[in-house]
Design a protein around this ligand. Sequence first.
Ligand code: DX5
Ligand code: ZN
Length: 230
Amino acid sequence: MSFDRKIKIAPSILAADFANFGQECRAVEDQGADWVHVDVMDGHFVPNITFGPAMCKAIRPHIRGVMDVHLMIAPVDPYIEAFAEAGSDVITAHVEAGPHIHRTLQAIRGAGARAGLALNPGTPAAAAAPLLDDIDLICVMTVNPGFGGQKFILSQIDKVRELRAMIGDRPIHIEIDGGVDPVTAPLVAAAGADVLVAGSAVFKGGSVSNSAPYGENIRAIREAAEAALR
Ligand code: DX5
Ligand code: ZN
């Protein structure tokens, strides 16, 4: 997994057909997705339950590129090894999920994955400052985690700008998660984000048997984001 700051679109399979995850992953990649974003929820850290490491392992052979696993679970540490073994390229944990985020990030890298740090909308950018040497990605939540299809929280754009300045030349991705569409994508791209997670805005209008709309949706988000950088 090489580093660059080009805009990357990461469809969240939270908005995919749960009966067809493998095919959905192939479909979005064929339609131009850069990464595949996998939302793991435990019904405890967030008020929703999705799936665990066995599902990640099952879809791994259907993903050619980056499998980006977003853990919305607490505790995190007991499950890191299993998600790494499942073939996750990036494992992201929430700073709010426990008292020992530094240990968690070290364990993620120790297990051979890239380490991501997620910040809820109520958590300031400063929470990332002591951890910059220990992370490969910061995930800025632009909705409260737990569900797809929520409204983008505009106040988070200043946080993205602050994080971008804080990161400087370090090879750390800024990922945006929640409410990304062709209207909000340019705002976060201009503020310094490079990985745009999108669930509803990618999967809307399509299906595994009619995946062309995925491609149109991905292109619309990418073009809107790239236009903001010109
Ligand atoms: C929210 C998840 C997101 C979600 C985004 O808890 O982390 O990845 O799927 O969905 P949309 O793009 O519909 O806001
Ligand atoms: Zn997510």
